[in-house]
Design a protein around this ligand. Structure first.
Ligand code: TRP
Length: 337
């Protein structure tokens, strides 16, 4: 881990069982960044507190998310993995940033605005059900990023505005103190090259109940794959790969050559859907069998998981305390001299 490497930083909320879609669309691409970045990964438990108000659920989902990162190949020797709540510097910086974040800017944040609009539409007072935590969510996120001098932050399109808010707040402070106090991060917006469809052909989403959860048993996974909806063409009939859910999932998990071979069979009428389902289940097992085993090992040995997170927090705090030291000196708080 050379110090000349750029810093990449990824936060993910602990919100229960990750899916095959999360793996292909988010976890794996974020993990790739560790190859040529100094990569930081954290579980944003205090962001989840805006919605998760059950201690046991929070604890379990946080452990699951950490175990997931490690199971899919995050190397804790090379990258840093930590719990957001274990880095107090982030919360001190949150307060500092909130003193420079224009309230009007936060009024326009998409998540908050959506609730206000919904409330207004339903004839409720505009802030009905809005906590200060929800309102300040973007400021905490800015602190997550700015506390580590992050150069790049891989995010989905839905988080783009949060990165803009982060940059705005950082630029405001830099200008007021006339110094390069905070590093402006670059968003690395994930191109949705290909979303993995769910078992019913719509976007894979927990709210549609059409997901393939990453760590269910191999048999259960095969069952779910068998239930994927197809048309009723017989094996010898030509089929359109582009409109078939099975094919589209297969393409997302299999190597290019295998996908091409399957495409030809579809077009020629050389394969039945039952066979494709079996092949797909084999591919998914190839991809997730190893991670599933590591995931359960980690979940069964919490002390090992906690050891890794404690080590990560210590390394994270080293970076964040350097940034905080710089900020405190500039704003003039704490001991002088
Ligand atoms: N808000 C992000 C999400 O919902 C999670 C997150 C919190 C995050 N802090 C972050 C992402 C910092 C990137 C950087 O997906």
């Amino acid at each position: 881990m050379g110090s000349d490497e750029l810093i990449s930083l990824t936060g993910i909320k602990p919100t229960g069982s990750p899916t095959l879609g999360n793996f292909l669309g988010m976890l794996r691409p974020a993990l790739d960044l560790a190859q040529d970045h100094r990569a930081l990964y954290f579980i944003a438990d205090y962001h989840a507190l805006t919605t998760v108000h059950d201690g046991e659920q929070m604890r379990e989902a946080t452990a699951e998310m950490a175990a997931t990162w490690l199971a899919v190949g995050l190397d804790p020797e090379r990258a840093v993995i930590y719990r957001q709540s274990d880095v107090p510097e982030v919360f001190e910086l949150t307060w500092v940033l909130s003193c420079f974040a224009p309230k009007g800017l936060l009024n326009r944040a998409h998540a908050y605005k959506a609730i206000v609009d919904e409330n207004s539409g339903a004839g409720r007072t505009q802030d009905d059900g809005v906590s200060m935590g929800l309102f300040n969510y973007p400021v905490l996120m800015a602190a997550d990023i700015l506390a580590f001098d992050a150069d790049v932050v891989p995010v989905g399109l839905d988080q783009k505005q949060h990165l803009e808010i982060t940059r705005d707040i950082a630029a405001a402070m830099n200008s007021i103190y006339d110094a390069e106090l905070l590093k402006l991060p670059e968003p690395l917006i994930r191109e949705v090259v290909e979303t993995v469809p769910g078992t019913d052909g719509r976007k894979m989403s927990k709210s549609y109940d059409n997901t393939l959860p990453m760590f269910i048993g191999a048999d259960e996974m095969r069952k779910r794959i068998r239930r994927i909806v197809t048309d009723s063409r017989r094996p010898e009939e030509p089929k359109d790969p582009e409109t078939d859910t099975l094919f589209r999932i297969y393409r997302a998990v299999a190597p290019a050559e295998a996908t091409e071979e399957l495409r030809v069979k579809y077009l020629d009428g050389g394969i039945g859907y039952g066979q494709v389902k079996d092949d797909l289940a084999d591919r998914v097992e190839e991809l997730l069998g190893g991670p599933r085993q590591r995931f359960h090992e980690l979940m069964d040995d919490r002390s090992e998981l906690e050891r890794i997170l404690a080590d990560g927090a210590e390394r994270a705090r080293q970076i964040a305390s350097g940034v905080l030291w710089r900020v405190r000196a500039a704003i003039g708080v704490g001991p002088s001299g």
